[in-house]
Ligand binder design. Structure first.
Ligand code: 5AD
Ligand code: SF4
Length: 449
């Protein structure tokens, strides 16, 4: 590799996946990854638009990169600077106008064209903008993963979203729903397993709405896809994220009962427990419908760990609405969850709503909500003490002689181990619970060969 590539990744797991694919696409034209932006030939910021002030953060990062680029130039070298991801898609040419340091702006659907975009940027001295939506082409043209080194991997099977929740930018930045065909997903999964991966998390903004072309002209659901992938030898664990309650079919729920490779963990965002707010959010279901769905899922897989996203302070949210959210959390009980203060996203319907909530009210509600979620997380972890759980070991812990892995419920588990357990699934006796992790001891004595 003669040229150095620095990628900074923001936001969700899909961006992590995308950054790996960009690395794979650039390798054949001589780019190798560096951890250090100082001397990079190509800097890519793979951005996320979901959090507040996302664009501002990108501009301040670009401000830090500018002197590095100038330094390199004054040494007779050249650094290309690219903004990719959802901020690039949303802001487009505006980025180049505001930050002349940027040579290339491209959205999430054009990564397969990167070599061509880089060549153009080199030839024309920057000014490359590509925010088209040829999502079908992308997956046909991306190479098979080669940058994989771990035992767990992400695999994007679906992109975009047709749900249009009134607070969310995803339908605008990632576009309409698109599902990859079964054959290309299977090929990628097999390549990952051949490279040592034992657990794959299938990714999609709305993953359980997956409808991909199967053999012949058939159209497969996520349930069919999971059942099929579970047959791959050596693929021991499957997960998928993120799911919408409305697409949680009986067929998919049954997979949690019938397919042992599908882990007992489900991220099923509900956002709010108030019907009024759910309606204003355009979520398309009530709080009780969500409760009944959870009951059905727990009937199929009683030990399943549930996770969710919550937004507090959506426009018009009263104390009563917020109480309803707390009540829903108490009814469902989560093993972990993510929670956010509502913040306006330009171009989404939420920004036009009256009754925006004051910042201090949002902050108070978030504190109270997180306290409850935290208690539930600790209780969930505590309940695992004494249990024997199969742990997939991923690497070394922070302390010497420590290995770290994940339980089926996605909790990090650390054990003291003489041998390197990387890539092994070992029964582990849980001896203690911390708020975010478990500690345990291996059930069988270690093999010393
Ligand atoms: N404000 C606050 N949180 C948001 N999310 C998405 N858009 C917004 C917004 N405008 C949260 C939702 C979503 C998660 C990925 O981010 O909870 O599920
Ligand atoms: Fe955004 Fe998810 Fe709603 Fe789609 S379903 S609009 S990705 S929050």
């Amino acid at each position: 590799m003669s040229k150095k590539l620095f990628i900074k990744t923001y936001g969700c797991q899909m961006n992590v996946y995308d950054s790996e694919r960009m690395t794979d696409v650039l390798a054949p034209i001589g780019y190798g990854v560096t951890e250090d932006p100082d001397d990079a030939d190509l800097v890519i910021l793979n951005t996320c638009h979901i959090r507040e002030k996302a664009a501002e953060k990108v501009y301040s990062e670009l401000g830090r990169i500018r002197p590095l680029k100038e330094q390199k130039q004054s040494n007779g070298g050249r650094m290309l600077v690219a903004v990719a991801g959802c901020v690039a898609q949303a802001e487009g040419a505006e980025i180049m106008r505001r930050a002349p340091v940027v040579d290339m702006v491209f959205g999430p659907q054009t990564y397969h064209r990167l070599p061509e975009l880089v060549a153009r940027a080199v030839r024309d001295g920057g000014g490359v903008l590509d925010t088209d939506f040829p999502v079908e082409d992308k997956f046909d043209h991306l190479p098979e993963p080669t940058s994989q080194t771990g035992v767990t991997a992400f695999l994007t099977i679906q992109e975009g979203c047709d749900k249009f929740c009134s607070f969310c930018v995803v339908p605008y930045t990632r576009g309409a729903e698109f599902s990859r065909d079964v054959a290309s997903i299977e090929k990628e999964a097999r390549a990952l397993v051949a490279a040592g991966v034992r657990e794959i998390t299938l990714l999609g903004q709305n993953v359980n709405a997956y409808r991909g072309q199967g053999p012949g002209d058939s159209s497969w659901s996520l349930a069919q896809l999971l059942t099929h992938l579970a047959k791959i030898d050596g693929l021991d664990r499957l997960r998928y994220t993120t799911s919408h309650p409305r697409d949680m079919t009986d067929e998919l729920i049954a997979v949690h009962r019938d397919v042992p490779q599908v882990m007992p963990y489900l991220h099923l965002p509900v956002q709010s427990g108030s019907d009024r707010i759910l309606d204003a959010m355009n979520r398309g279901h009530s709080a009780d419908e969500y409760r009944r769905l959870v009951d059905k899922i727990r009937m199929a897989r009683p030990d399943i760990a549930l996770s969710s996203d919550f937004i507090v302070g959506f426009p018009g949210e009263t104390d009563r609405d917020f109480e309803e959210t707390l009540r829903l959390i108490r009814d469902v009980t989560y093993s972990q969850a993510f929670s956010f203060k509502y913040s306006e996203r330009p171009g989404t319907p939420g920004t036009a709503l009256p009754q925006q909530i004051e910042e201090h009210v949002k902050a108070e509600r978030l504190t109270e909500l997180q306290k409850l979620l935290n208690e539930q997380q600790i209780a969930f972890n505590q309940a695992c003490v004494g249990a024997k759980l199969p742990v997939l070991f991923e690497g070394k812990g922070r302390k010497p002689g420590q290995s770290i892995g994940r339980s089926p419920y996605l909790q990090p588990v650390h054990v003291a181990a003489k041998n390197d357990l990387f890539g092994e699934i070992r029964d582990t006796q849980v001896v203690a619970a911390l708020s975010n992790s478990l500690s345990g001891t291996l059930c069988t004595s270690e093999v010393t060969s």
